[in-house]
Design a protein around this ligand. Structure first.
Ligand code: C2O
Ligand code: CU
Ligand code: CU
Length: 455
């Protein structure tokens, strides 16, 4: 269980890291946010014991993997000082948070990389309550792969009806039996479903046992902070209801057979904890991820809380919306690419592959949206692999799909199945250059990313 700690260090003037980019590169310099911060988050190497008796040379936020759980309240300002004690540049991106572009953590687009020994003050007002997370947006295979991933919990303005909650952060590590890291991204795998790890963990522990109070309704905040794996979540025999998808509240409904939680996605469940002594298996398909253990509790048996209050999201008006099409394709040319050594281009969006080595890609946005206008995106997956499609800066509403029945809902990541077509809609209400990408990290790093401009 990650502990939470709010370090308030008053009186330290925060100076944003300033600098000049290479000629012609467009970015906004993240600005200093004034004195003080709520968290001081150090990114640094840390040996952790994922495999019993063996050390894994992880990289950690706040001395733990997954990283320190950050918390704040809806409507408040969150101020985090990132201190880089790694041997390479990094940034933090706040996944699912609608914030000003200067705080979005994308190198050369929203800020300069934070160099080793430097710090950067992130500061933004959090508009939506819910379950979110944070991670770097630089050397992502390695940085996320080594453990730079952490939960960000935004509490509702008024306490929601849950007296108990647990964060369950899911990650499957690319380590061998001795705890040594294996490759985070292998071209042959990147060209398919992505490079998977092999050691599943919940809150950094394989086969974790998580104690819950008997008879209580507990909010489980499940976060997939893995780079590749889509977890097919199920809880056999449990009384569980879905309260939020990817941070955004939905009308409570039964947890079905398998909920497919793709990389980057979140699921808030209410679980009625059974009588003391009973154990439940949290599973990925048939595989046990963790055991939920019911512990005797003196509190009276609780009932299902009301639905969570909706977040203040702009409702897209489909009658006036303009439709834009996005085709997700496999870029073929695999044999040539695999020998190049440099950045592979295996995937593309509308015929364009993002080049992670080219700092100017964001100067050529794949779409330009007009501030305040309404849009429908037609997403078309022309590949044999699924892609969790994620947009920065704005939430979008999933409308429909040719593969499954959708109850329209807001999210920041939609798991687009093999050969699926789906429609999403949004109001372009946040100016900036926003990344639009697959959250399978090695898909993203081999082409499946684009920039969308809102101005
Ligand atoms: Cu978790 Cu670019 O995002
Ligand atoms: Cu994001
Ligand atoms: Cu993908």
């Amino acid at each position: 269980m990650p502990f939470t700690r709010r370090q308030v260090i008053a009186g330290l003037a925060g100076l944003g890291v300033a600098g000049l980019g290479a000629g012609g590169v467009r970015y906004w310099l993240g600005r200093s946010s004034g004195p003080g911060h709520d968290y001081q988050l150090i990114a640094a190497p840390l040996d952790v014991e994922l495999v019993a008796g063996h050390a894994t040379p992880a990289w950690a936020y706040g001395g733990q993997v997954p990283g320190l759980e950050l918390r704040c309240r809806q409507g408040e300002r969150l101020r985090v000082r990132l201190i880089n004690q790694l041997s390479e540049p990094t940034t933090i991106h706040w996944h699912g948070i609608r914030l000003p572009i200067e705080m979005d953590g994308v190198p050369y687009v929203s800020q300069l990389p934070v160099l080793p020994g430097e710090y950067f003050d992130y500061s933004f007002v959090v508009q939506d309550a819910g379950t979110f997370w944070y991670h770097p947006h630089l050397s992502s295979s390695e940085q996320l792969g080594r453990g730079l991933v952490g939960p960000l919990i935004v509490e509702e303005r008024e306490p929601a009806g849950f007296l108990h909650e647990r964060t369950l952060a899911l990650k499957t590590w690319a380590v061998d039996e001795q705890g040594a890291f294996s490759a985070f991204s292998v071209p042959r795998e990147a060209a398919r479903g992505g490079t998977p790890g092999r050691l599943s963990t919940v809150n950094g522990e394989h086969a974790a046992r998580i104690e819950l109070p008997a008879g209580q309704v507990v909010r489980l905040r499940l976060i997939n902070l893995d780079s590749t794996v889509t977890y097919r979540l199920n809880l056999p025999g449990a009384e569980a209801r879905i309260y939020a998808l990817d941070g955004q509240p939905v009308t409570p409904r039964q947890l079905g057979k398998d909920y497919w939680l793709g990389p980057g996605m979140r699921l808030d469940l209410a679980l009625k904890v059974p009588a003391a002594g009973i154990e439940l298996a949290l599973r990925n398909g048939p595989l046990r991820l963790a055991t939920l253990v019911s512990q005797a509790s003196v509190e009276p048996v609780a009932d299902w809380p009301p639905a969570l209050p909706a977040n203040p999201l702009a409702e897209p008006d489909l009658a006036v919306a303009e439709t834009l099409r996005f085709n997700f394709e496999w870029a073929a040319a695999l044999s040539e690419n695999l020998d190049q050594g440099a950045a592979y281009k295996l995937w593309q969006i509308n015929g364009q592959a993002w080049d992670i080595a080219d700092k100017t890609c964001a100067d050529r946005p794949i779409a330009r949206l007009q501030l305040g206008r309404h849009y429908i995106f037609e997403l078309r997956n022309m590949t044999q692999y699924q892609h969790p499609i994620h947009l920065h800066g704005m939430a979008f509403k999933v409308l429909d799909s040719d593969r499954k029945t959708i109850i329209p809902y807001f999210t920041d990541t939609y798991l687009l199945g093999k050969n699926e077509r789906a429609r999403i809609a949004l109001v372009a209400d946040n100016p900036g250059i926003w990344m639009f990408h697959c959250h399978v990290i090695d898909h993203m790093e081999t082409g499946l990313m684009a920039a969308i401009e809102v101005a």
